[in-house]
Design a protein around this ligand. Structure first.
Ligand SMILES: Nc1ncnc2c1ncn2[C@@H]1O[C@H](COP(=O)(O)OP(=O)(O)OC[C@H]2O[C@@H]([n+]3cccc(C(=O)O)c3)[C@H](O)[C@@H]2O)[C@@H](O)[C@H]1O
Ligand SMILES: Nc1ncnc2c1ncn2[C@@H]1O[C@H](COP(=O)(O)OP(=O)(O)OP(=O)(O)O)[C@@H](O)[C@H]1O
Ligand SMILES: NC(=O)CC[C@H](N)C(=O)O
Length: 596
């Protein structure tokens, strides 16, 4: 039985950085070669980053991706890595004059995969199934591929598919089975959402059994705007048994030795894709690669996935870190009120980019309680953040002297003056402004437009309030553990007083969230059912929610769409976030009907 040592490079590309991503390919291919790999596999669209969105429609970008692919193939050979087959995702176009969906004159864009070998692009193929739901718009920008490459390497037939191809029953994985492949490689950029790691592992096991061969699944890691990639690359055997698993949220080279069946000599030329009724043409290639030099044994690595709270926190840290760094910022600024939301955002930021790069402003008004200020100061001390206090009373008074504002208008003025302070400091010092709203507030419109909702990135916008508290508690318990994406604070970073106090916007005397909103333990499950599960009025009541509350909350959520559209982006961690996922009209007279 031939043995292949495969290396899965779970790495963090940046969208549009063709040179930087090419350098990552060379660097990680070198690591794979040093460990005696026969083959190294990179994620979907590795060379361009993912998702490229409408960059795919720019002919110049497609051409640049194709050229970068050829350059990286040559460079691998120049660096003495030419004999190691490198499989990577990239952006290509159809060779024929078939136009794209938006009428590109020729060469419609493809979400492509290539085998690089001995300085050449030896094999090219394209993703067959283009996801077009949730956060994905691939049908809008790509045309589907219709071929399955099967590459003979050291006596094993190896097939390649791309991400969504794996999610189809009877699809390309089953075509790999029809082609009698001995190993199936899947290149992925599969965004994180809660519990998706378990779904993906089950899926890999199912597809391995369907293809009748081992399956290697490499996923990207890192973040791109709203999307976070958690890695969690896996290798499973033909029976679906887990053989190797990479850690989540960190770059990793997962090296696995596999005993694989010798190529059968099968020459099946095409297979039926039961999932869409198309025919997939099987393209066969043979690579004449020299065997790598002897390297030491590689014990299989099987990392335990993180638990639910650790995983969510890891996604928020990763999303924040990569947004800050990939957009060229070194530091962030936010208002620290002494409340739980800004406390958690500050802590996530400190974990993401180091407390020395986090700047907070305490902006007490005449309604701020003394314990708000002292709680904020205690958090600053525990985490070693950069802090300053700017009293806003005089600024509010100056504004009020010029305008006759009352009630809510006067309350919101405080929030808008605070936003001016942090935007001013951002302009002056180049800090990115972090926005502190959570998903419960975004859902109900409980925030001030151009006030607390102002900023550049919103780390907890996909986290309902009850989970804000849960993550704050989890973060304190994680002190002293070896969770990789945390700053090593020696003490609990979030003072308990902040976690246990009753939430308040402190815009008027004695204001409490419960004056405007139901208790969060009633509100949040209802929001999840309405926003993430799209249950209608009657279905919400059937699910056990209080009918009066259902009416009230549906109305609040529907009316706040205009605020959400103007909200900064933030990491998606649930099955449906506000932003790429949940797209509703702002101008909208539809109200959920009640049959009951
Ligand atoms: N369809 C639409 N399209 C575009 N714009 C629309 C609009 N409908 C209203 N508007 C605009 O929106 C304005 C109303 O929104 P906005 O100005 O936000 O004001 P509003 O939503 O009335 O008040 C903000 C609420 O958020 C609460 N809150 C909660 C938590 C924190 C904070 C904080 O500030 O720290 C505040 C605060 O207590 C208050 O209840 C209107 O005056 C109008 O200009
Ligand atoms: N006194 C303040 N000093 C600095 N920033 C403030 C102050 N009050 C409000 N902010 C800013 O406005 C945001 C919104 O306030 P809000 O009251 O909703 O959140 P919070 O105070 O962090 O948490 P909670 O909602 O639990 O009280 C805060 O996250 C913070 O960034
Ligand atoms: N890039 C993709 O094709 C991703 C789609 C896929 N269903 C996933 O989330 O894993």
């Amino acid at each position: 039985m031939p043995q292949l040592r495969i290396a899965l490079a779970q790495v963090n590309p940046t969208v549009g950085d063709l040179d930087g991503n090419a350098r990552l390919i060379v660097e990680w291919a070198k690591r794979a070669a040093d460990r005696g790999a026969h083959l190294v596999l990179f994620p979907e669209m590795m060379l361009t980053g993912y998702p490229v969105e409408d960059l795919a429609l720019r002919g110049s970008f497609v051409t640049a991706s194709r050229r970068a692919l050829e350059r990286v193939a040559r460079r691998l050979a120049d660096e003495g890595l030419g004999d190691l087959p490198v499989v990577t995702g990239y952006l290509d176009r159809r060779a024929d004059a078939t136009g794209g969906r938006l009428g590109q004159p020729a060469g419609a864009p493809l979400n492509a995969a290539a085998w690089l070998h001995r300085g050449e692009v030896a094999v090219r193929s394209a993703k067959h199934h283009l996801p077009n739901y949730g956060v994905f718009d691939e049908y809008r920008i790509f045309v589907p591929g219709d071929r399955l490459p099967v590459v003979r390497l050291h006596g094993v037939d190896v097939a390649t598919i791309v991400c969504e191809d794996l999610w189809q029953d009877g699809g390309p994985a089953s075509a790999a089975g029809a082609a009698r492949a001995g190993l199936l490689l899947a290149l992925n950029a599969s965004p994180y959402e809660r519990n998706k790691d378990d779904v993906r592992l089950d899926l890999c096991a199912t597809r391995a059994r369907e293809a009748g061969c081992a399956l290697a699944y490499v996923n990207a890691v890192g973040a791109q705007d709203e999307l976070v990639f958690d890695g969690d690359s896996v290798v499973v055997g033909p029976d679906g048994a887990l053989l190797a698993r990479a850690p989540q949220f960190v770059e990793h080279l997962l090296v696995t030795d596999l005993d694989l069946p010798a190529a059968s000599g099968d020459t099946t030329a095409s297979a039926h894709d039961d999932s869409d009724g198309t025919t997939i043409t099987i393209d066969r290639y043979a690579l004449d690669a020299a065997a790598p030099g002897a390297a030491g044994p590689e014990p299989a690595e099987v990392f335990e996935p993180l638990d639910d709270l650790a995983e969510m926190y890891g996604a928020l840290v990763t999303g924040t870190r990569d947004y800050v760094r990939k957009n060229g910022f070194r530091s962030v600024i936010l208002g620290l009120s002494g409340g739980i939301d800004s406390a958690l955002v500050a802590t996530i930021a400190a974990d993401a980019i180091g407390p020395e790069n986090v700047h907070v402003v305490l902006l007490p008004s005449r309604y701020s309680t003394s314990h708000s200020v002292s709680d904020a100061e205690e958090l600053v001390k525990r985490q070693g953040l950069n802090a300053r206090t700017v009293a806003i009373a005089d600024m509010v008074a100056a504004f009020e002297a010029q305008l006759d504002l009352h009630g809510l208008a006067a309350e919101n003025l405080q929030a808008r003056i605070r936003a001016n302070v942090w935007m001013g400091l951002s302009n002056e010092h180049g800090h990115l402004v972090l926005t502190g709203g959570n998903k419960s507030e975004l859902a109900t419109g409980y925030s001030t437009l151009y006030g607390d909702s102002a900023g550049g990135f919103a780390p907890i916008k996909d986290l309902v309030k009850t989970n804000v508290w849960a993550l704050a508690r989890w973060r304190n318990t994680a002190v002293g553990t070896d969770v990789p994406f945390l700053h090593p604070f020696p003490v609990e970073p979030i003072p308990d007083e902040i976690i246990v106090k009753e939430p308040s916007a402190e815009l008027r005397p004695g204001q409490r969230d419960v004056d405007s909103l139901p208790p969060y333990d009633e509100l949040d499950p209802l929001l999840v059912d309405y926003v993430e599960r799209d249950l209608g009025h009657d279905a919400l009541i059937d699910a056990g929610h209080d009918p009066d509350l259902v009416d009230r909350i549906i109305r609040l959520v529907d009316l706040a769409e205009y605020k959400r559209r103007q909200y900064p982006p933030g990491p998606k961690i649930t099955p449906k976030n506000f932003g790429r996922d949940r797209r509703l009209p702002i101008t909208n007279r539809w109200r959920e009907p009640s049959a009951q």
